[in-house]
Write a protein that binds this ligand. Sequence first.
Ligand code: NAD
Length: 485
Amino acid sequence: MPYDTQPKASHFIDGAYVEDTEGTPIDVIYSATGEKIAQVHAATPAIVEQAIAAAKRAQPEWAAMSGTERGRILRRAADILRERNHDLSVLETYDTGKPYQETSVADATSGADALEYFGGMAATLTGEHIQLGENWVYTRREPLGVCVGIGAWNYPTQIACWKGAPALACGNAMIFKPSETTPLSALKVAEILHEAGLPAGLYNVVQGMGEVGSALVTDPRVDKVSLTGSVPTGRKVYAAAAEGIKHVTMELGGKSPLIVFEDADIENAIGGAILGNFYSSGQVCSNGTRVFVHRDIKEKFLSRLAERLDKAVIGDPMDPDTSFGPMVSERQMQIALDYVEKGKAEGARLAYGGARIDRDGFYMQPTVFADVTDDMVIAREEIFGPVMAVLDFEDEEEVIARANDTEFGLAAGVFTNDLTRAHRVAARFEAGTCYINTYNDAPVEAPFGGSKNSGVGRENSKAAIEHYSQLKSVFVRMDDVEAPF
Ligand code: NAD
């Protein structure tokens, strides 16, 4: 292993690396080779206690600092992330298996964007003044207290920053639990935040499986939980948070529609469908995996799509030319391959790929099914792998109804050159994040999140501030108090 992927210790608490080997060992596997590249230990109850106690202790002093001071530290951390982009991208590639071609432009960089954006915003957070005759009310925007972030394995650095940056900007402390599949990158985020001047105890990382997440969520000292994960986990975490009337952000799964009308620029539409199905080997929550293509252009779409998929460079994720890497784990690859079998059994036409690739690691081919119908399992369930379902349609009314006929509502996209149709369709999508003639952009300036079962709350943008702070109203009377007796 040319890189030292073994972290100094499993957890980062109160400004320092902490180990407790009593915790269940978690092996970190490089999915391009199947080899073990590191080991961490799940947090024991003692480690969870240390993290919560440190966060609880450190938070009030942080909240008492000015927004300008808090923001400066976050922006400094953003600069360090960018300076170390190469090393962080290599680590992210080892952690997830995603190609360096992607990690070098999408992970530490988007984390840095969030730290820079919310760092800049920290100084602008204010309440308002409400005049009531000669009396008045003012509002104070206050932090929530101790926030818990729980991550998925597909974007470990980005998720650690998307949750940490707004939480810290608002004056909260954060305890972040990465996915047990990808425990490495969040530790680097913690290290860098402290190097940038973050006081100890404000950004802590603890490792572990669902039980550790659950221990954090149910602790009465925790005020907010932000989860990125699947809908079934979201249901459990939301229910546990409700027990303590805690604030929540839920970034959950999807089965998003992407509609390609007959007048669309077909190369752009195929580009959108490729980004929305095969980037990160299809392991992106907002992917447009139900691609509705107008019947008139379907065969052309499929043949050009196949030509472009032939150009995918599948191989060593560290090679900068590689554009399609392995799945994150053997398990995730097996789940996706099982869906391929289900698609075949249901009578969908396998138009491209469909098999495991014969090499070390957990690689499968980019896969396209055509002639998929709405009732097929591959059109209803989130696969979270490189499996695109192409469905035919004929008219706008019909396709909107079918696009919305799902429990999920994370994202949706439309490709058309008809301006009014584009906006009409976007307005009718039942989804939190919509795209016109593009797919899967996620700039920090724009709200990101889902409706229906795909989530609650929004990450990024000014909207995230609402989910990491609360308003206090202060009534001020200038005249006398009129009491009945
Ligand atoms: P997952 O639901 O299996 O796990 C997510 C996290 O929750 C992990 O850290 C896990 O340890 C933790 N967890 C599990 N049970 C828990 C419990 N009872 N209490 C507290 N924490 C618990 O998801 P995954 O397999 O890691 O990630 C894939 C899923 O995440 C997909 O469904 C995908 O769509 C979704 N996702 C959503 C977004 C988004 O922004 N909406 C982004 C990325 C991934």
